[in-house]
Ligand binder design. Sequence first.
Ligand SMILES: Cc1cc2nc3c(=O)[nH]c(=O)nc-3n(C[C@H](O)[C@H](O)[C@H](O)COP(=O)(O)OP(=O)(O)OC[C@H]3O[C@@H](n4cnc5c(N)ncnc54)[C@H](O)[C@@H]3O)c2cc1C
Length: 447
Amino acid sequence: MEPQYDVIVIGAGVTGLTAAYRLEQAGRSVLVLEARDRVGGRLSTETHDGVAFEVGGQWVSPDQDALIGLLDELGLGTYPRHRDGASLYVPRDGGPRRFEGPDIPVSPGTAAAMAHVTELLDDLAHRMDPERPWEMPGAAELDRTTFAAWLEANCADEEARDNIGLYIGPAMLTKPVHQISALQAVLMAASAGTFSNLVDADFILDRRVVGGLQSVPLALAERLGDRVRLGADVTGITWSEDGAVVVVDGAALTTSNVVVAVPPTHVQRVRFTPSLPPLHTQARMHQSFGFVLKVQARYAAPFWRDGGLSGTGFAPYELVHEIYDNTLDGDAGGTLVGFVSDVHADELAVLDTDERRSRVLASLAVYFGDEALEPVSYVESQWHTEALTGGAYGTSFGPGGITRFMPTLKQSVGPLHFGSSDVAGLGFQHVDGAVRVGTQIAGRLIP
Ligand SMILES: Cc1cc2nc3c(=O)[nH]c(=O)nc-3n(C[C@H](O)[C@H](O)[C@H](O)COP(=O)(O)OP(=O)(O)OC[C@H]3O[C@@H](n4cnc5c(N)ncnc54)[C@H](O)[C@@H]3O)c2cc1C
């Protein structure tokens, strides 16, 4: 019997929708099944007190040409993040220090140590093809070394280690540096071109999308029309070399191919018959979400700008380790966005809503003074409470995982093709990576 579809795509995040859109453009019959009642996955805009807040991904950087190309194609505009004025750095002891430009105000010795480690990481990143990180020279050794141990071995200055560690651990992979390998750290750097790119906030957090980054999945879904079905939680897939039967809401849909565009952690929510090859199951059990709370406080006005501050702040020793001006284009008010990551997020997660809010605002006040204690709106992202995500920003391996499992994660199994931004090379853990992975999978299915 003829299958009903050429391709069924599971998951209407950017990966799944990009794959579906390209396949549909190439004349394939496609159906996208999304468990939530909305498209976009980890991209979502919520309205609080009449103002839009992007609670998931939001920034675009100039190296992300796959995403930038898609924005152009979809006719979506961008605007720069506000960054005029001085930034703040809060050392372990003492209050905030103002600085201009990219270099945080530390002692000459710490600055030299940071420059040295930056050079080492840039060099390693240049030697890695982020699509095949397990193949770089010395990959096995780097993968069995924690990033914490690698930093200890390469940098005698504690404050330099804390800052370099912050950029990749808490700030990017949202895990402590002792839970990730040095190879995973190099992959994070290589996925953005270089480590220097990654730590340059003006580069990596360059622009925002008019209407929010969620406009990308919304625009793709609009073009796909009734080929996207919401509230469709796929629970089972029966497959053979000839095709698959996808079970959703008790109905069985037949297809030649399936694109499983869900995070690796969520592939196991689907019951496969026959089960996936053993390494495929193992690989996905070893990849886990990091944990970060994105917190946003909106004030009657961007009061920090009056004092000549940009709203940017960093502090490896603070509860909120990084902060930016997140004011919407044209908003008369002013919004700060901050992040509370890994063990600090554990600390907050056990508190009630009011206690969390007080702790976060007290941390913002360390940077910007008591005015930060009185926002008109306060918004926390809660991705860890969502069954269909489970953490933020994305997933990564512990030590040894990349060399042991990553090649498997990129393989198809018969008619089943897996992908999300979590398995991207360039754009790893970013929307750019989701666009790339979706495009690559579609390319494999369009002869
Ligand atoms: C707080 C936060 C901040 C971030 N900041 C940035 C940023 O500034 N810039 C950036 O580029 N990236 C950022 N990211 C990362 C970015 O959002 C993700 O990399 C990207 O959105 C992932 O897209 P995806 O399609 O691969 O996966 P997802 O968005 O996770 O999509 C997977 C979809 O599959 C669905 N699904 C799961 N299981 C099933 C099932 N069984 N049946 C049907 N559907 C299913 C889910 O509901 C979901 O819609 C951020 C992420 C978070 C959470």
